[in-house]
Structures are given as structure tokens and as C-alpha cells.
Design a protein around this ligand. Structure first.
Ligand code: NCD
Length: 309
């Protein structure tokens, strides 16, 4: 199957075979991502990185991936320094940027922005977060990390903790996990629980789900603990945020009943939801997950833009 020129807007744009193909190629990309081997697979190609919301890992790992493949990057990281500040529409910005690049990576505060951008661009658009909507390439990074640490996800217990309502990484990840047969437990304060749309997708796929408010009720059975930040910037009412801020925190005491080979993940950035003492445990894999962003995004770019290593 060909990925060339394809948009990745939602994780549902990829079927299970395509996800597996990306993850297999990502594995081959690891020595290139580390700089142990070099390639000119995307020499002469340009990636446009448009970030209309803050980003550290997503933007830098895409840029790093492009450079490791022998390509180049251009981009906008600040709306104030682009024509968006003059009132330009997203459609016009996209029609401009596609003249200058072979693929477009977009992060935008509005849900649906990436889908709209793809309509206006003949060049492939990769959604790197549309408000609380989706973040499909983060999901590929997360799946790659889970498989690396746990092998097959069939029958594994994945416990997702935190802001399951606004966390876009969670929305993409649960859809993907439904294809791989994991059991899911959602731990969140009531007002931040997983949206009904996600539950419906899981029910349709015959996936077993549990809702909890207390991590202590879920930790003992967990194979993967996926922790997320409360998305403060998405709360329409900051007093609602104050009610849930700091309402969960994973520390060594939380992990006392956990399985020895529990994998703890976090898309990052973290605020206070994982205590720094956890970083020194064998279970903490979030910085490994951060590295994995490079080989996974190299795989995505080489498939979509075209170019063999
Ligand atoms: C996340 C995001 O932007 O959705 N980070 C990421 O891309 N790795 C998570 C967050 O902001 O909490």
C-alpha cells in the first residue's frame, strides 16, 4: 500500500496494517535517529512546520527527523511573526505554505483545523494537534513505545490517568488501542473523564473499559500507566480548573502495589502529575518515549514524502 502524499489528520485515517507498517519502519530508523547511520533519503525535500500553539517535542522531533533523513525544515512558531497576525485565514496560509514545501505539519488551537487545512493543500498535511481533537503521530510514538516495552498489546491492561476530556493524545491513542486488543481503564476526576464518543468507538470494537476516579483502584493490574497533564488552557472557566488542579499525582508510594514490569508513559510536558522521584525507577519510560518520536516521525515522513533509506 502506498502512503505517498497521504494526509494524517486522525488516527482513524490509518488501518491496523498501515500502523504496523509505520512501526516496523520506525524500528529500522532507530540507528539513523541516533546518528549512528546516515541517509539522504529526503535530500532536497522541505518540511513546513506550522505551530500555532506551544510545542517542544513535537516540533523539534519532526525537525530532527527531517534533518536525519537528509531533508530541510521551514516553519512558523509564532503567530505574531506571521501574516496570521495581519488577519490572514488558515486557508490562505496553507495555500501559501504548500508553494514552499513538500509536506506540512500543523498544530492549531481549533479542533478540525487540520482537516480544513488538508482541503486547501495538495501537499500532505500531518495533524500535530488540533485543539482537544487528535494527535495521531503522538499515538504512533506511544504505540511504538508500548510494543517495545510490553510486546503484543493484546489483553494488556492500559490505565490512562488525567485529563481524558481535553487530552488529544488520549483521544487518538484509545482508538488505536482498540485495534490492538488492550483492556482500558480510565482514571480521572468526573469532569475530566473520557468523552462518550471514545467510549462508543471502544464498545463497537468490543474492548473492555472501566472508569475510575482513584488510581489506587487500578494500579495493581496495570501493564501500562499512561499519565497526562491537565490541559489548563482548554478550560472555558478557570475556576473549574482550580477544582481539579493537582488532583492526582503518581509518586513512588502510588507504585507500591504495581507490577514489577509496569511501563509508565507520559506524552509530556508534565507539570506535577508524576513526581520526579519516579524518574529513577525502572518503570519510567517517558524519556525513552520522547526519543522514539524521532524514528517514528522519520518513518512517517519517508513514507509520505517518499524516499527509501
Ligand atoms: C501533548 C500535546 O501537545 O497534546 N504533548 C505532545 O505533543 N507530546 C500533551 C500536552 O500538551 O499535555
Amino acid at each position: 500500500m502506498s502512503f505517498k502524499g497521504m494526509d494524517i489528520i486522525s488516527i482513524a485515517d490509518l488501518n491496523k496494517d498501515q500502523i504496523e507498517e509505520i512501526l516496523t519502519l520506525a524500528n529500522k530508523m532507530v540507528p539513523y535517529a541516533k546518528g549512528e547511520k546516515t541517509t539522504k533519503a529526503l535530500e532536497g525535500k522541505i518540511l513546513a512546520n506550522l505551530f500555532f500553539e506551544p510545542s517542544t517535542r513535537t516540533r523539534l522531533s519532526f525537525e530532527s527527523a527531517m534533518i536525519r533523513l537528509g531533508g530541510s525544515n521551514i516553519g512558523i512558531t509564532d503567530q505574531q511573526n506571521s501574516s496570521v497576525a495581519k488577519g490572514e485565514t488558515l486557508a490562505d496560509t496553507i495555500r501559501t505554505v504548500e508553494c514552499y514545501a513538500d509536506a506540512i505539519v500543523l498544530r492549531h488551537p481549533k479542533e478540525g483545523a487540520a482537516r480544513l487545512a488538508a482541503k486547501f493543500s495538495d501537499k500532505p498535511v500531518i495533524n500535530c494537534g488540533d485543539g482537544p481533537g487528535q494527535h495521531p503521530t503522538q499515538t504512533l510514538v506511544d504505540l511504538f513505545t508500548m510494543k517495545q516495552e510490553q510486546g503484543s498489546m493484546k489483553g494488556k491492561n492500559v490505565v490512562l490517568v488525567g485529563d481524558l476530556k481535553y487530552g488529544r493524545t488520549v483521544h487518538s491513542l484509545v482508538e488505536a488501542l482498540s485495534l490492538f486488543g488492550a483492556n482500558l481503564t480510565f482514571v480521572a476526576p468526573d469532569i475530566l473523564q473520557i468523552p462518550q464518543e471514545s467510549i462508543k468507538v471502544l464498545e463497537k470494537a468490543g474492548i473492555s473499559t472501566k472508569l475510575e476516579t482513584d488510581i489506587n483502584n487500578a494500579i495493581a493490574d496495570a501493564d501500562v500507566l499512561y499519565v497526562t497533564r491537565i490541559q489548563k488552557e482548554r478550560f472555558p472557566d478557570q475556576s473549574e480548573y482550580e477544582k481539579v488542579a493537582g488532583s492526582y499525582r503518581i509518586d513512588n508510594a502510588t507504585l507500591r502495589e504495581a507490577k514489577k514490569n509496569l511501563t509508565i508513559m507520559h506524552p509530556l510536558p508534565r507539570v506535577d502529575e508524576i513526581a520526579p522521584e519516579v524518574d529513577a525507577t525502572e518503570n519510567a519510560k517517558y524519556f525513552k518515549q520522547t526519543f522514539n518520536a524521532v524514528p517514528v516521525r522519520m518513518a512517517i515522513l519517508s513514507l509520505i514524502v517518499g524516499g527509501q533509506i
